[in-house]
Design a protein around this ligand. Structure first.
Ligand code: HEC
Length: 210
């Protein structure tokens, strides 16, 4: 007479369960990978297309989401012109290569990755200090002020720690500024936290702390 076993002690049951769980996890991971690709693709859900550099970018608190989100605004010239999709993509690519060649992440973080010696650069484009810097340098636009700073950071110190002169050419500086402007338009789920609050403190006369 066959002995009746409890299902919990059946090897067949555990083998089958393992196969089902593994199969389910594989399908889930594949779906999640596609979703991630959609979220991080340039021109996708969170990362705007390169031509976003032709637009005004703002960072506003969203009550619904409980943190700040980038707001892509009206068109504005960038370094005095409107960039075609091809030109904008090439400029951003050059910016990325320059960022890698000059190893900005040795000191800074980008989207939270890198070193903690200098401020995170994810929203550096939106830093209100560029207004003062514009006045100090006599630059007409924010992009011009940033490009000047990047070429001669030792001339415009704003923190106790100084950024060294990395011998960045005017063309490289332009590309880096585009790279940083594009980065500020990425929906990072509110990272860095409380950025606008520090901006408000700054505008009320406090110091801007990263
Ligand atoms: C050796 C360390 C170091 C490296 C490498 C470096 N930086 Fe910096 N950077 C600093 C420090 C320190 C500051 C803060 C000093 C200041 O603002 O005067 C700074 C400030 C900045 C700021 C101003 C940020 C803000 O909003 O206040 C920008 C933009 C910037 N760096 C971009 C870059 C880029 C782009 C690169 C790579 C091409 C780079 N840095 C490489 C140290 C570094």
């Amino acid at each position: 007479m066959a002995k009746s076993h409890s299902v919990w002690t059946s090897i067949r049951f555990w083998r089958q369960s393992a196969a089902w769980v593994t199969g389910f996890a594989v399908v889930l991971l594949i779906l999640l990978t596609f979703d991630t690709m959609r979220q991080i693709k340039m021109g996708g859900k969170r990362v705007p297309a390169p031509t976003v550099i032709n637009h005004h970018i703002d960072y506003k608190y969203s009550k619904k989401r409980g943190h700040e989100v980038p707001v892509i605004g009206k068109k504005e010239l960038f370094f005095g012109k409107e960039w075609s999709p091809k030109e904008a993509a090439a400029l951003l690519h050059k910016g990325k290569l320059t960022e890698q060649a000059k190893n900005c992440m040795d000191c800074h973080t980008l989207l939270g990755n890198g070193a903690y010696y200098a401020p995170d650069l994810t929203k550096a484009w939106l830093d209100p200090k560029w207004k003062d810097m514009q006045a100090m340098i006599g630059a007409k636009t924010r992009e011009e002020a940033m490009a000047k700073f990047l070429q001669h950071p030792e001339m415009y110190p704003t923190h106790e720690r100084r950024m060294p002169n990395l011998h960045i050419t005017p063309e490289e500086a332009k590309a880096l500024v585009a790279f940083l402007k594009h980065m500020s338009s990425i929906d990072t789920n509110g990272f860095p936290r409380g950025f606008s609050k520090t901006v408000k403190d700054f505008e009320a006369g406090g110091t801007y702390a990263h």
